[in-house]
Ligand binder design. Sequence first.
Ligand code: AMP
Ligand code: ZN
Ligand code: ZN
Length: 308
Amino acid sequence: MTKCKLCDRKAVVRLEYANMSLCREHFLEYFERRVRKTLEKYRMVGRGERVMAAVSGGKDSGVMLDVLARISRDAGFTLEALYIDLGIPGYSSDCLSVVRELCERLGVPLRVLDLKEYAGFTVADLMGTVRRVCSACGVVKRYVLNRYAWEEGFDKVATGHTLDDATQNILRGIINGDLETLSRITPYSPPRGKLVGRIRPLIEMPEKDILVYALLRGVPFTTAECPNAREAKGYALRRALDLVELESPSSKKALLTNFLERIQPLLRGAQERKLRECSVCSMPSSAEVCSFCRLRSRILVRVGAVGG
Ligand code: AMP
Ligand code: ZN
Ligand code: ZN
């Protein structure tokens, strides 16, 4: 039996990158402390602020909510959860029940936003309008999260992006030479006009650890994949990074840290997109009409045409 590095109990998890094995209690403590450190290092949340946690029903945002709920008590911020019902048949309603259970258990107030009511269409309507449903759905989620948080006066929006998401995006951005994507990979985007501050509290946490935390803490989550996810690219990048990590533990963390500290600062300038107001919805946009409003009008034209 492998013993916990910190006590006499049996170790339940091996953290290769930290070269240690921990028991349940010490792992949970360690995980929570690391998230707390990420929050502090990047000064993500101030006392008295209102944080809106975007929860999807998946393990990452579920664990984020669980840890934020614990931290919020002594860090002095208030926490609410938002679930966007995207109207994906056979998927969205299952996710919602998981999110309800999670929020009830944690005592965190939950708001449910119905995309159909809010914007007049669902993600099901996206199919048939756009070819890349996942990236269009991403546009919709980002827009709605920000706009809702802005309208409701939240100070920060928290999302469950992980170390694996971030490193995968870094690699993809380099492969595509996409400086704009590269400059947007960040633990914390401060508020800017009608853009509410965005925090990613799990950006330094590997998904493996997040899964272990979810299982040990009993955080309810769905393992169902979004039916549209099949088209999502990035599995190869993820596998490549997993191989690198296997051969030389803590590479992912080094990639993120070195990228943020040494490479990204050289990209300043590529980043400074001038933002103006969308002429349709008046939210921030880099073009005359924002990408959400352009997408929305295409969908409504098509759905209207189909219906009539
Ligand atoms: P994804 O774009 O699916 O990789 O999700 C990234 C993050 O967006 C998640 O970790 C959540 O914080 C948030 N998110 C995704 N889907 C939803 C949803 N339906 N409602 C609220 N937040 C979501
Ligand atoms: Zn221990
Ligand atoms: Zn707009």
